[in-house]
Each structure stands twice: as structure tokens, then as C-alpha cells.
Design a binder for this molecule. Structure first.
Ligand code: ZN
Length: 479
């Protein structure tokens, strides 16, 4: 039997003016896809895997129409060339926004369905921050999403989706999908599965899986920074029995609705000034301060200089800012050389609305792994060390710092552009503070412009009633 494999994976803030281009994506095509560690679980007796195209980018602004069209047409060409097949596995994120298009995943998955026809079983894995629509559900037979945020079950989720597909092909059983949109839209930082109430809500999902007739139960938080009609939380269940699916999906939807007012930020959270006051009085280290409005892994631009400005004004010593996207700054440092002193305007290079800060720095270290976009420069201004990056990227791993001889645990104040901390940084933070900074993924979501989200949706609107209404994939006929 044959399973084709591909997809597109990114998350897009509709408030960001910085469009994603083809070069922002890491692309696997053909044999490289099957050789990638990301897909190394694709191995089952009697199954041939046919690699198509998989494109993945760090979250950001909307994907340019040209980039989307290029990826989609190559994906579809490869899909057509791989016919006939029995199954299709799509590794998606679910919160992509494309210039001038609503429901980009709906477009992608529908186009795939049109190529392969009705008889092929299609499975998709999603990020729990994806936004689902009826159009998407109507094209799919199998759905599975992450159950952890921070995401430490990425591979496990992909294996869940793919394993259900393999089992369906081998047994001849055709699963179906039931879902319930829940009019709640909260940021990931208030719905981390490390904290209540999300921890308990997600703990019920494996219990639902054990019910006869249910294969895989999911709770989607959705993606709040996309002002688009499909943005919503939802419960999604893959099942072989409609009644069992109905019971499970209603219960999950109701539990999320009932918990809506209980979601809180996990760490000590507040305005930047307040967080820096707390930091100044803190004796332990490392204080890890999350600059939440500019977090590139949530769709933030990552080029804002306002936290650096605040540290300079306060004369902070023994602080590390990792990092700020500033391609021009990196180029200037490379031109000046290590040890040089120069005046830089740091920040505001990608988004004209991002604040910048002019300061004199010493170039401490240059990092040139090859491609110009991978370059980094470490500069020092006063008691503050700043890592500048030529491209938008997170600094969420210990190795991002030790690469420059910086031991995060030894630093007094480590500033990262992050929401909830990554699995590597969270355990060493002592303490973790989250600053409610400005940016295209501002955490003050009730104040976000909301002209296209379908209302009422909590917390944009409060004080309305909700009764779960179960919807099925149009592919799942009554039996
Ligand atoms: Zn996510």
C-alpha cells in the first residue's frame, strides 16, 4: 500500500506587516523528506511512503501569495505524479494565513482531496494552536493535534495521526471526524498545559481515547492573533462510532467552555516596568524575562528594541538579551570586525512600527556558519550583552547561548523574546517573569482589533450562553 506524505506548517499573526517569503521556509522535497529526522518514524511493513513536499517556517506574518502558490503548485504536481495511492498524511500547523485568503489550510487540504479523489484516506496532524474549519474537516478522515504546550509531543502527535492512517488502510475500517467549535479564543500563554486548568482538561483526552469507538480526542485552543472568521477553539474527535464520537466531543467542548474564566498566565506577569522592578530586587539567578509581545515562535516580528532600551536606561549589569533580529546591525558588525566599537541603531529593521535604540557597542563575537542569513553578532553595551541575528529566530535553547560561551544559568538577567518559556529554559529560570510588552502578538487580546473574528467569542465578548453543537465531516456518512 502507498501513503503520500507532505504539508505546510506555519503560524501567522495577521497584525504583522512582515510577509513570509519562500526563503523563510525550510523545505523537504522528495527523498530528503523521508531522510529527515522529522519524518523518520514513517516505517511500516507493507507500506511504501511517497515523499511530496513539506514546507515549514518559524511563525511570523502572513505568507505572501506568491510563496503560497509556489509551494501549493509544487505539492500538487508531486501529488499527481504519485498517483495512485491509498493514503495521504499531511503534517500541518493549522494557523497559516495567506495574503488575501481566508482558511489557507482549507484551501491546501481541499486541493489535495481534489487530486486524490474520495477513496483515499487523508490524515492530518495539527498544532493545538491551529484554527479548524468545516471546510478542513470535510476533506479529512483522521485528525490528531498536540496535547502539550509548550509542545513536547510533536513527534508523538505525528505518529498518532500516521498510525491511525496505517491501521485504517490495513483494516479497511474508515474513521470519521466529529467536531464542536467553542466560542473561546485565548493566547497560548494563558492555556499552557503546564498550568491549570489546561493541564486537567488535556489529561482527560487519553481517557476519551480508551472509549470504544473513539480513536483520538483533541482540544484545539486555536490561534488568537489571526483576525479571521475561522479563529476559534474547538473539540475534534477521530472515531469509528458516531455516537461515541458525539459523546466525547461534546464533553471536551463543554469542559473548555466551563473553564474559560479560569485561564491565567503561568509565571509572574505584568507591564515591563513592573517586571524590571521585581527583577531589580531579585537575588537569585537566572531571572528569565520573557518579552512576550515580540516572540517569533508565536508570530512576533522579533526586531523590537524596547526592552533593551529599558535595560540601558536602568543601567542594568550582567544582562543578556537573546536576541534581536537586525540584519543591518549584523552586517555593520561584520564590516567593523571583532573588537571594534561602533554606534548602532538596534531594532526596527523589519517592522517600521518596532522601536529601535541607538547605542554604542563593542563587537564581542561574530558567528558566520555559512549562509549570510545565519550570521549572528554578539555586542556589548555597558553591562548588557546583546545577540543580534540576521534572520527572525528564537533563542529558546541552551545551545543558542553556549555557542557564544554564555552560560544561561550564570547570567543575572536573561531576556528572551518568548511567551511561556521553552522546555529548556523553563526548568532553569529562577524566577521566570513575563513582561506584557507591545508587539504584533500583544497578550492584551481583549484590546486587539477584532473586525473579522466571528462574534460572540470569549473573552472579546462576555456574558453569553453556549450549548455544544456537534458537526461531522461530510465524508462521514450515517451508517
Ligand atoms: Zn503551538
Amino acid at each position: 500500500m502507498k501513503i503520500a506524505v507532505g504539508g505546510i506548517h506555519t503560524e501567522c499573526s495577521t497584525s504583522s506587516p512582515v510577509l513570509m517569503k519562500v526563503e523563510d521556509f525550510r523545505v523537504f522535497r522528495g527523498p530528503d523528506l523521508l531522510g529527515a529526522d522529522y519524518f523518520s518514524f514513517l516505517n511500516a511493513d507493507g507500506i511504501d511512503h511517497l515523499p511530496l513536499l513539506h514546507a515549514r517556517a518559524v511563525p511570523g506574518g502572513p505568507v505572501s501569495r506568491a510563496a503560497y502558490d509556489a509551494f501549493k503548485s509544487e505539492f500538487l504536481e508531486r501529488l499527481k505524479a504519485s498517483l495512485p495511492m491509498d493514503g495521504l498524511y499531511l503534517a500541518m500547523h493549522g494557523a497559516m494565513n495567506v495574503e488575501g485568503m481566508d482558511d489557507a489550510e482549507g484551501d491546501w487540504i481541499s486541493a489535495a482531496r481534489a487530486v486524490v479523489g474520495d477513496h483515499v484516506v487523508i490524515a492530518a496532524s495539527y498544532d493545538l494552536h491551529g484554527n479548524v474549519s468545516q471546510k478542513i474537516i470535510d476533506q479529512l478522515d483522521i485528525f490528531a493535534a498536540y496535547r502539550t504546550a509548550p509542545h513536547i509531543d510533536v513527534r508523538e502527535t505525528m505518529v498518532r495521526a500516521w498510525s491511525m492512517l496505517v491501521a485504517a488502510l490495513k483494516s479497511g475500517t474508515r474513521p470519521g471526524i466529529a467536531w464542536v467549535p467553542v466560542p473561546v479564543l485565548l493566547p497560548g500563554e494563558r492555556t499552557s498545559t503546564e498550568d491549570e486548568p489546561a493541564r486537567s482538561l488535556y489529561a482527560t483526552l487519553p481517557e476519551h481515547d480508551k472509549t470504544d469507538g473513539v480513536l483520538d480526542a483533541n482540544l484545539m485552543i486555536g490561534y488568537v492573533w489571526a483576525d479571521e472568521p475561522r479563529a476559534t477553539a474547538c473539540a475534534v474527535v477521530t472515531a469509528t462510532d458516531r455516537q461515541a464520537a458525539r459523546t466525547a466531543v461534546k464533553a471536551i467542548a463543554q469542559s473548555h467552555w466551563d473553564a474559560r474564566e479560569a485561564f491565567r498566565f503561568g509565571p509572574v506577569t505584568g507591564p515591563l516596568d513592573e517586571m524590571l522592578e521585581i527583577a531589580a530586587k531579585t537575588e537569585t539567578r537566572p531571572i528569565i524575562l520573557a518579552d512576550s509581545g515580540d516572540n517569533p515562535t508565536g508570530g512576533g516580528v522579533g526586531d523590537r528594541g524596547d526592552v533593551l532600551q529599558a535595560l540601558i536606561e536602568r543601567g542594568w549589569q550582567d544582562a543578556v538579551v537573546g536576541g534581536i533580529c537586525d540584519p543591518e546591525g549584523v552586517a555593520a558588525c561584520f564590516a567593523a570586525g571583532e573588537g571594534a566599537e561602533l554606534t548602532l541603531t538596534i531594532g526596527g529593521r523589519l517592522d517600521p512600527a518596532s522601536p529601535s535604540v541607538e547605542t554604542t557597542v563593542t563587537v564581542k563575537q561574530l558567528d558566520d556558519p555559512g549562509p549570510p542569513e545565519e550570521r549572528q553578532a554578539v555586542v556589548v553595551t555597558g553591562g548588557i550583552t546583546v545577540i543580534l541575528a540576521a534572520r527572525r529566530r528564537p533563542y529558546h535553547n541552551i545551545a543558542d547561548f553556549t555557542r557564544f560561551g554564555i552560560e544561561p544559568e550564570a547570567v543575572r538577567l536573561l531576556v528572551v523574546k518568548s511567551g511561556y518559556l521553552s522546555p529548556e529554559l523553563a526548568p532553569i529560570s529562577n524566577p521566570n517573569l513575563m513582561a506584557l510588552t507591545d508587539g504584533v502578538i500583544n497578550q492584551d487580546i481583549e484590546a486587539l482589533p477584532s473586525s473579522r473574528r466571528v462574534q460572540p467569542i470569549y473573552p472579546f465578548v462576555k456574558g453569553f450562553d453556549f450549548t455544544p453543537e456537534v458537526r461531522y465531516s461530510s465524508r462521514w456518512q450515517d451508517s
